[in-house]
Design a protein around this ligand. Sequence first.
Ligand SMILES: Cc1cc2nc3c(=O)[nH]c(=O)nc-3n(C[C@H](O)[C@H](O)[C@H](O)COP(=O)(O)OP(=O)(O)OC[C@H]3O[C@@H](n4cnc5c(N)ncnc54)[C@H](O)[C@@H]3O)c2cc1C
Length: 296
Amino acid sequence: MKITNLFAKEGLLVKEKVPLFRLTTFRVGGPADYLFYPRNFLELSRGFEIFEAENIPTYFLGGGSNLLVRDGGFRGAFISLEKLDFVEFEDELVRTGAGVPLARFLTLCAERGLSGLEFMAGVPATVGGAVKMNAGAFGQEIGSLVEEVTIYQEGRFFSLSRGQLTFSYRFSSIPDEAVIVAVNLRLKKDSQEAINKRIADYLFRRKKTQPLNEPSAGCIFKNPPGFSAGALIDQAGLKGLRAGGAEISRKHANFIVNRDGARAQDILRLINFAKERVFQLFGMELEEELRVVGEG
Ligand SMILES: Cc1cc2nc3c(=O)[nH]c(=O)nc-3n(C[C@H](O)[C@H](O)[C@H](O)COP(=O)(O)OP(=O)(O)OC[C@H]3O[C@@H](n4cnc5c(N)ncnc54)[C@H](O)[C@@H]3O)c2cc1C
C-alpha cells in the first residue's frame, strides 16, 4: 500500500513531495518525499513505526532556522514538530511541546511574569530545536534552564532529567536519532515590565548587528575557542562575497543571506570558500553550526 494511504488509514497527517524551501528560514531546499505532522505522542510513535517498517529515513524539523536543505531535497520523511505546541505552567516550571515557537513561548512567559529566555528574542526557532542545539546568545544558553527533556527514541518515550544531560557551546547530549517531544524549563518570576524591557533591549542589539530582514540561518560557523568566526571572515575580506543568489552578509560576516533565489549549492560554495580562506590566512578551522541535509 502507498505510504500516504497507510497514513490516511490511521488518520495521520502526511503530505507528499513537499518543497522544503518554504519550511526553512534560508528559503532554500528541494522537496522531501514526505512531510509528517504528528499531533500528539501517539501519532508520532505510530508514524515512526510505519516509516521504519517501510525503511524510509526520517529527519526532524523544528523552525528550520539552522538548516540548509540541499537542492535535490530529502529522500525520506521530514517530521515536523509544529503541532506539538502545548504549553503548561506550574509556578516557575513550564512544560512545553517541542514545536512551540520561541516567539510565542516568550510572549506567554512574559504575560505570566516568567523570565529566563529573553536573550532568545528574535530567534525564529522552536523550543525543541533550541534545546537540541543548545541555542544561546549574549553569554546565555537555553541548556541552563532545562529541567527535563522528553524524547522518543527506538520505539519508546522517556525523560532525561538535568543530571542526565550535558550541554556545552551549541551542543546537547541528546542523540541525533532521538526526537525531543517536550521540554521542562525552569524560569524565574519577575515583573512583566522588566521582562518586556529586556526583550526589547535584546531585540534592539540583535537588529543592530544581524541582517534580520533577509533570509538566513543565523550564524553559519561556531566561534573557535577565544575567537569570533564573524571577525575572522570579516578580516579575510569576505563580507559581501557572492555566489549565485547567496551573499556573505555585509552586516555580520558569520551570516550568509539569500539575496536573490539562492540555491543550496551557492551557499555551500560560500561556506567552503570562507573555510579555505580563514584556514589559509589564520590557520584556523571553522566548524559549521548549520546542519546540512539532503542530496545535491
Ligand atoms: C535570524 C536568526 C538568528 C539566529 N540567532 C541565533 C542565536 O542567537 N543563537 C543560536 O544559538 N542560534 C541562532 N540561530 C540559529 C537557530 O535559530 C538555532 O540553531 C535553533 O536552535 C534552531 O532551532 P529550530 O527549531 O529552527 O531547529 P531546526 O533548524 O529545524 O533544526 C536544527 C537541528 O535540530 C534538529 N531538531 C529540531 N527540532 C528537533 C527536535 N524536536 N528533536 C530533535 N532534534 C530536533 C534538526 O533535525 C536539526 O538537526 C539563528 C537563526 C536565525 C535565522
